[in-house]
Design a protein around this ligand. Structure first.
Ligand SMILES: Cc1cc2nc3c(=O)[nH]c(=O)nc-3n(C[C@H](O)[C@H](O)[C@H](O)COP(=O)(O)O)c2cc1C
Length: 207
């Protein structure tokens, strides 16, 4: 089994990466593979709401890494999205990226467990954590928790690993995520089917 992570910082070796790495190495100890997908420092387009992904099956903009990430997501069993806190919210780039990934490729994520991680010098972590968790709630994704909300503190790259409780929270998150993945695998092997999904009512608050 494999967990696909997303580093929503332009810094490929910064504090967000360090937090995700801690999750990943613990996952490895639990027998689960992982990959940290780097969002990078190049421009990331936002979603323009054109709706063409519905017919095309992927985002029409293929000039950054969103479609590549969704292809990897199809093969992944679980997810961890990590972001630095910028002005008390996730980085703009991870929001632009995930809006497009979920709008164009939601099926790649459905029924698979997810978790988010927020990394900051000091404040805005829980708001950031809440925003990232919204992608899971609307996509039928169970959310893995830890012994604290998934927060790590640090300012300049290298500081995150000195946040002892933050690192412990990351390791416990990995243990819980691994446990969920193994339970789902065992359920599948025992013949437990995915739930039926009722659709048809989408009222847009008008009728
Ligand atoms: C534009 C910008 C806004 C930031 N806003 C906050 C903030 O609201 N709260 C906070 O505690 N840290 C804030 N920071 C600090 C980063 O969250 C912190 O340095 C983090 O460790 C960066 O993670 P990275 O190394 O993965 O990029 C901000 C940094 C930048 C560049």
């Amino acid at each position: 089994m494999k967990v696909l992570m997303l580093n929503g910082s332009a810094k490929s070796q910064g504090n967000t990466y360090r937090a995700l790495y801690e999750v990943g190495e613990q996952l490895k100890k639990e027998g689960i593979d992982y990959e940290i997908f780097q969002i990078g420092a190049d421009p990331i387009r936002d979603c323009i709401g054109c709706g063409q992904c519905g017919a095309k099956g992927c985002c029409i903009f293929d000039d950054d890494k969103v479609n590549e990430f969704v292809e990897k997501a199809k093969e992944a069993d679980g997810f961890v999205f990590g972001s630095p806190v910028y002005y008390a919210h996730p980085s703009g780039r991870i929001l632009s990226f995930l809006d497009r990934a979920f709008y164009s490729g939601k099926k790649a994520f459905e029924y698979k467990p997810g978790a988010s991680v927020a990394v900051a010098r000091r404040g805005g972590t829980s708001a950031t954590f809440d925003v990232l968790n919204k992608y899971f709630g609307i996509s039928q994704m169970p959310v893995a928790g830890s012994t604290y909300w998934n927060l790590v503190h640090g300012r300049v790259p290298g500081e995150a690993e000195h946040d002892a409780e933050g690192m412990q929270t990351m390791r416990n998150l990995a243990r819980n995520l691994a446990w969920m993945l193994k339970c789902f695998e065992a359920g599948k092997a025992a013949g437990v089917a995915l739930p039926d999904t009722e659709r048809g009512n989408q009222t847009n608050f008008i009728r």
